[in-house]
Design a protein around this ligand. Structure first.
Ligand code: SAH
Length: 224
């Protein structure tokens, strides 16, 4: 494959069949129904976002270790969170927890401008290189629990690490009518998937079942 991971011209590589199978499993066994999300996941080469030694596992429905004791999220949870965001091309999106950059690539194909923050320098640098082919992605290394004020307000915010409570700066940097999708839980590695919608009357909070993410560490998250 000659294109970078972010270009997503993945149709003809050696993993094409495995990737198609992953999409069928998501649709038929896990009831992922948003064909836009499935279509984009069918076009992003997930094997380029995992360590070389694990690339043959890239299309199983599992989280996998990346560097810095972090993980690339399970395909099912990527699909669910992306569905819940209900992205449009006009949206400005903030992502907290770039990690491998896989979810970032999915967001970039559905949303407008994507701003993504990762606290582990090595991961942020690797993701920047992987996604260099996408001109609507900006990545920085920082504590994402403080948001990214310079580009706020955001139409959508996605947090891909587990928070004790929704960080207050993120709610503040959300536009009216905007949505945050975030795993929230009292325990460091067990959460419920939450969607917060900002309305003129206040915030609406919906819960979408249990999940397990690495902890969100920072000023408005867990202590390191
Ligand atoms: N979406 C990523 C998930 C990575 S795991 C992927 O699929 O590859 C969650 C990531 O959140 C980790 O890389 C971790 O370092 C990062 N993280 C944790 N706390 C953070 C914070 N306060 N700001 C930014 N990133 C954070």
């Amino acid at each position: 494959m000659t294109s970078s991971a972010g270009n997503g011209r993945a149709g003809s590589d050696e993993f094409a069949m495995a990737r198609d199978r992953m999409i069928r499993v998501l649709r038929d066994e896990f009831d992922v129904s948003d064909e836009r999300v499935l279509g984009v996941m069918a076009s992003v080469p997930r094997h380029l976002f995992v360590p070389e030694a694990l690339k043959f596992q890239a299309y199983r429905n599992n989280a996998l270790p990346i560097s810095g004791k972090q993980t690339i999220s399970q395909p099912l949870i990527v699909a669910r969170m992306t569905e819940l965001l209900d992205l449009e091309k006009k949206h400005k999106v903030l992502e907290i927890g770039t990690g491998s950059g896989y979810q970032t690539a999915i967001l970039a194909k559905l949303g407008g401008k994507i701003y993504s923050i990762e606290r582990v320098l090595d991961l942020a640098e690797t993701a920047k290189k992987r996604l260099a082919g996408l001109n609507n992605v900006t990545i920085k290394c920082s504590d994402g629990t403080n948001g990214w004020d310079a580009y706020s307000p955001f139409d959508r915010i996605l947090v891909t690490a587990g928070a004790p409570v929704p960080p207050e700066p993120l709610v503040a940097q959300l536009s009216n009518g905007g949505k945050i999708v975030i795993p929230v839980g009292d325990e460091k590695e067990r959460q419920n998937l939450i969607r917060i919608t900002k309305t003129p009357e206040g915030v609406v909070r919906e819960t979408f079942g249990a999940c397990s993410f690495v902890p969100l560490i920072g000023d408005h998250g867990w202590e390191a």
